[in-house]
Design a protein around this ligand. Structure first.
Ligand SMILES: Cc1ncc(COP(=O)(O)O)c(C=O)c1O
Length: 404
């Protein structure tokens, strides 16, 4: 008889955003006159920048002519895009990353879920707590975790690295030795950023214990402080221990268009096998490449016009983040994140649980955010607000919270 992959049966339901949606629908049903402002989900709201739209249009026209029509894209990405990424995201920042170390994909969610496939199912993973859930769930599906403790919201055989106010929301080096270390900076959900010196400690540690760091830099465009690295390859030795994941979603508004990439340095090896070859083999077997028109849109992100327009978009979201951060601080909340991130992480007042504060904000201010406990046990007592709304709505939401 056919059997399913039983690891899927171990997964608890994904309740966070469905519970939020249900609560908001119920409240709106009872109070149809109330204007609800959503600062919960990490999706962008500004339309694609004109340089990207122009590039999309001309790529669409190319697809309509026999002379310029494109069929299957190269598995690993078009040279024009990989070259633009290598130059702008890496060489201009002093990182030695070649175009053929870049694997273009349809986004960082897929890459962060798929990358575990090239490692043994015996590998022990270490994750931050709170955490972007994809890292954990994809390892559960692969059978790399033990049992789920529903009271704690944690899995056995996983190393959780608490990120709390006590450690400035930055994980300490784990006591047990992991094989794979997931790091995400600037962080979702806490908005915390790591300095180059602190990240160097992780690189040194990974090199020492023979671990691989899976570094998710989806939010690097929001970095404002000079000592915060945009890429892990700014650290010495990172080519020997780190894979980097990037996205076009948050810097260029591609959440609906879909584009991302993974960097795997050629000398990165594990038990004598080159991870670059394994990831190339995986990509070539299971993926047929991001669409030509989307890769041309990605190329426009690095054009002079694209860079200028996207800097304005980031500045817009940054202004929202500042308004949330400063407004809530003035109102007496304990806030963090926001400075190098579109996420503001606030401590719930008067010992309220994350969900109690969610209900309180929804009912009293008609503002929707994300309960921190949905990202892991150390998120309990915290709440995430995003800067991805419109400026007007952000101001109104913060003013309503201040008036409570
Ligand atoms: C940490 C992190 N990585 C990756 C992603 C997904 O990026 P993409 O839209 O490229 O799949 C998100 C989206 O919210 C994220 O927060």
């Amino acid at each position: 008889m056919v059997k399913i992959n039983d690891n899927y049966s171990k997964l608890p339901g994904s309740y966070l955003f469905s519970t939020i949606g249900k609560k908001v629908r119920e409240y709106s049903g009872l109070h149809p006159d109330k204007k609800i402002i959503r600062l919960g989900i990490g999706d962008v709201t500004l339309p694609l920048a004109p340089a990207i739209i122009d590039s999309l249009h001309s790529a669409v026209d190319e697809m309509g002519k026999a002379e310029t029509f494109k069929g299957y894209a190269p598995d690993l990405g078009y040279e024009f895009l990989r070259e633009a990424i290598a130059e702008n995201d890496y060489r201009l920042r002093g990182c030695q990353i070649a175009a053929d170390e870049i694997f273009v994909s349809d986004g960082a969610k897929c890459d962060s879920g798929n990358i575990q496939e090239i490692f043994s199912t015996d590998s022990c993973i270490a994750v931050c707590d709170p955490v972007y859930p994809v890292y954990v769930d994809s390892n559960v599906m692969a059978g790399r975790t033990g049992d789920y403790d529903s009271d704690m919201g944690t899995w056995s055989d996983v190393i959780y690295m608490p990120c709390t106010a006590d450690n400035g929301f930055l994980p300490a080096l784990p006591k047990e030795t992991p094989d794979l270390i997931y790091l995400c900076f600037p962080n979702n959900p806490t908005g915390a950023a790591v300095t180059k010196a602190r990240l160097q400690e992780w690189v040194d540690y990974a090199l020492k214990v023979g671990a691989v760091i899976l570094y998710d830099a989806a939010y690097e465009a929001y970095i404002t402080q000079d000592d915060v690295p945009h890429s892990i390859y700014e650290c010495q030795g990172a080519r020997g221990c780190a894979i980097e994941l990037r996205s076009f979603s948050k810097n260029a508004g591609f959440t609906g268009l879909r584009l991302g990439f993974t960097v795997v340095p050629k000398e990165l090896e594990c038990g004598g096998a080159l991870l670059h070859s394994l990831w190339a083999r995986r990509h070539g077997t299971k993926y047929n490449g991001a669409p030509y028109i989307v890769q041309r849109a990605g190329e426009a992100v690095y054009s002079e016009a694209g860079k200028a327009q996207l800097a304005e978009q980031i500045a817009y979201y940054r202004k929202n983040a500042d308004y949330i951060y400063n407004g809530l601080k003035e109102a007496g909340y304990t806030v963090s994140g926001g400075v190098n991130s579109p996420y503001v992480w606030l401590k719930t007042p008067e010992g309220m649980t994350s969900w109690a504060f969610f209900d309180h904000l929804l009912e009293r201010a008609n503002v929707v955010g994300t309960p921190g406990s949905g990202f892991g046990p150390s998120g309990e007592g915290y709440f995430r607000l995003t800067a991805f709304g419109s400026y007007e709505n952000t101001v109104e939401a913060v003013d309503r919270i201040k008036a409570l």
